[in-house]
Structures are given as C-alpha cells and as structure tokens.
Design a protein around this ligand. Structure first.
Ligand SMILES: Nc1ncnc2c1ncn2[C@@H]1O[C@H](COP(=O)(O)OP(=O)(O)O)[C@@H](O)[C@H]1O
Ligand SMILES: [Mg+2]
Length: 370
C-alpha cells in the first residue's frame, strides 16, 4: 500500500529564518520522488515536516488527502531513514529490523519471520544472526532499509542514505534502492545533494535552492529544460554566456554576447511555456559541455566562436577541455577520451561550435555555486 503526499504552501521558520519557503508539490502514490539541492537548502527540514518530527510554520502536509497537522511521527504512515542510519551496533541484524515490532507487541516468532522476509527483500538472506558492527557499509544500509520497512509504511523517507558510502558502492546501491522501491511499490521520498543519485533513481525530481522549490519535473525535464539559471547550473554542468537579446523570432532568440551573436531557444518557464523575450533583455544562454564540438562539419544551424585552450582534464571515459573565449568567457566542453585532441595544447586557439537547438536562453538569475 502506497500513499500520495502533498505539501501545500509549506513554510518552516526557525526564529525569523525561513528554512523552507512556500513549498507546493504533490507526490504520487508509488512514486520515487527526490528533493535535490545543495547542503543547507532545507531538504532535511522538509522531510522532517513530512515525517511529523516538525510542524510547518505555515501550510499543510497531506497524506492521502488527510491533513497531518498535530499527528505525531508514530501515527503517520511514514518511516524515516536517517542520514547516519542510527542502527543499534551491538544488537543482531534481525533484532534491529524487528525492533519496532517488539514495541508494537508482536511475539518473538512473528518478529523473526518478518525479519527474515525483509532480509530476503534487501538481499541479505541468512544474515539475521550477525551483529550490526560485523557488517560492511552497504550491508548496514540494507539493514536500515529493512528496519524502516518493518512497520509497513506507505511512504518511505530517505535522508541522504548513501552519503557515507564510497563511490562504487553508492552506484550499486542506487540500482538496489530503485529495485527495492519497485518490489515494495510504496512511495519513496529521497533527499540528496547528489544530482547523479537523483537522476538515476527518480521518477521526478524537485530542485531546491535556499528553501524554495525551483522546479519539479522528470529527470529529463530538469536536465534538458531547466526553468532557472540555478537549475541549469546545479543539475549537470553548463556554460553560461551572459548577453542581451538582439532579436526574437518565435522561440528563436538571437543574443549578443561579448563580440559574438549566438542563436538559441527561449527556455521553458515553470508554466511550461517559452519565456517571452524582447530586444534589450538581459539573458543568459546555457550550453551543455557535451553540446559543444570542434568546428569542422559546420552546419547552418551552428553558432561558432573561437577560444584559447587553458587545460585538458582526463576523467576516464571523458576528456574535459577548459578554454577562455575571445570575450573572456570560461568555456568547458567534453569529448570521449578516444577523441583526437592533439591539436589542442594549452594556449592554442581553436574554433568551436554548438547547435541552436542545444542553447537554452533564460532570464538572468543566480547560478549554483561551484
Ligand atoms: N533546528 C534548527 N534551528 C535553526 N536552524 C536550523 C534548524 N534546523 C535546520 N536549520 C537551518 O535551516 C537550513 C536548512 O537546513 P537543512 O534542512 O538541514 O538543510 P539540508 O538538509 O538541505 O542540508 C540551514 O541553514 C540550517 O542551518
Ligand atoms: Mg540534510
């Protein structure tokens, strides 16, 4: 059984500081939804309001349409996995998992049966008698998930549960978590500052900045059609060309940036309609590193410019090339490692281009900090 979760105009204040500002979102029953944003943007605070450890200062949390005001954490159909897992290290795995069932008066046999079922679910069959401190980081993670599922919640809340694991294990656990979510079929609300995690696991993502929910959409939407400069630069890498609108033709926008003019597409606003620009508007044109290529097979729809190579960074599957354009804009683009970059030594000038279709024009606004 899964439940729908709705936040209606939720604001949360600590003194006169607002950690969450007028957040509105409806998360579907059975959905894997992630709140994604930098550290300190209010993710944990929001999750605590859903779980009942914190009451919103304004607005409401509804679960399956029912107002949760005044209903404590133990009375809600939610279960929360804390960032530090909070397992009992000296207790056995099975006792950790069944702990909440003991509190609820289930007998020993029932508890063990349920613990064994949950151990199967998280791929830890036969590990119930081990002590928690004997387990690896990834196994502890699974125990925490099993324990949270023991109370049969309709909504599982996960607060950056993978942040303590190393990269390989984190990547493996992403796939695992998604599979567990699909097996149990309940709503998962996941919070993370890691865009890779959010994009690989979620049905939809809500991008948060400074207590506000800036954009909610599919992973594809927030990557391909960011509504704000913050979302454009927080989710994945982006090159930002600041400039002024020269001309508008339908959704095509010609932008004067430094000495060059580039054509791009007006980005989509939160209402899913293209921004309406006029000549003279201050804008930022965003171009993803993978959308830039060495000029050569230049087509009509290409914007081109020249830039000086600064450094080349090897990243296994990719090479990242950092350049400075004639207009003093820092540019980054990436090519597969197998690409020939022999003509690109530092301080050389190269010609680059990108398609008009891959350039998103947005109103100016703050970028995500690097
Ligand atoms: N109990 C509290 N009292 C005062 N300020 C708090 C409290 N909890 C969180 N904050 C502040 O609210 C902001 C958001 O915190 P948090 O929700 O933990 O962010 P995140 O989980 O996104 O890193 C931070 O500036 C934090 O310092
Ligand atoms: Mg947090």
């Amino acid at each position: 059984m899964s439940a729908e979760v709705e936040l209606q105009n939720v604001s949360i204040a600590f003194g006169n500081f607002y950690a969450a500002k007028n957040v509105n979102v409806k998360i579907g029953a059975g959905e894997f939804f992630s709140f994604l944003g930098p550290s300190g943007c209010g993710k944990t605070t929001l999750l605590r309001a859903v779980s009942g450890f914190l009451e919103p200062s304004q607005g409401k949390v509804l679960i399956d349409g029912q107002d949760m005001s005044g209903i404590g954490p133990n009375k809600r159909p939610t279960s929360l996995i804390f960032q530090n897992l909070a397992l009992f290290p000296l207790m056995s795995v099975a006792d950790n998992i069944a702990f909440s069932l003991e509190v609820r008066g289930h007998d020993k046999v029932q508890r063990r049966k349920r613990a064994d079922e949950l151990l199967d679910l998280v791929a830890l069959n036969g590990q119930g008698d081990k002590k928690v401190h004997e387990l690896s980081g990834g196994q502890k993670q699974r125990v925490a998930i099993a324990r949270a599922l023991a109370v049969e919640p309709k909504v599982l809340l996960l607060d950056e549960p993978l942040s303590a694991l190393d990269l390989k294990l984190r990547q493996k656990m992403r796939t695992e978590l998604r599979a567990i979510q699909q097996r149990v079929g309940i709503t998962f609300i996941y919070i993370t500052h890691d865009q890779g995690e959010a994009l690989t696991m979620s049905d939809r993502v809500g991008v948060m900045n400074d207590g506000e929910l800036e954009q909610v959409g599919s992973c594809y939407d927030v990557y391909e059609a960011p509504c704000t400069p913050f979302v454009a630069t927080f989710v994945g890498e982006n090159n930002a060309f600041y400039g002024k609108v020269e001309k508008v033709e339908g959704v095509k926008v010609k932008v004067q940036t430094g000495g060059s003019s580039f054509i791009g597409q007006a980005g989509l606003g939160l209402d899913k309609k293209n921004y309406k620009f006029k000549a003279g508007d201050e804008v930022i044109m965003f171009v993803r590193p993978e959308a830039i290529s060495l000029k050569g097979n230049s087509k009509k729809t290409q914007n081109s410019f020249s830039a000086e190579v600064k450094t080349i960074e090897f990243e296994g599957n990719l090479k990242n090339i950092f350049l400075r354009s004639a207009e003093d804009v820092d540019i980054r683009f990436s090519v597969p490692s197998s690409s020939d970059t022999s003509g690109m030594e530092p301080s050389k000038n190269v010609s680059l281009s990108f398609s008009q279709d891959n350039a998103v024009v947005l109103p100016t606004g703050a970028l995500a900090l690097d």
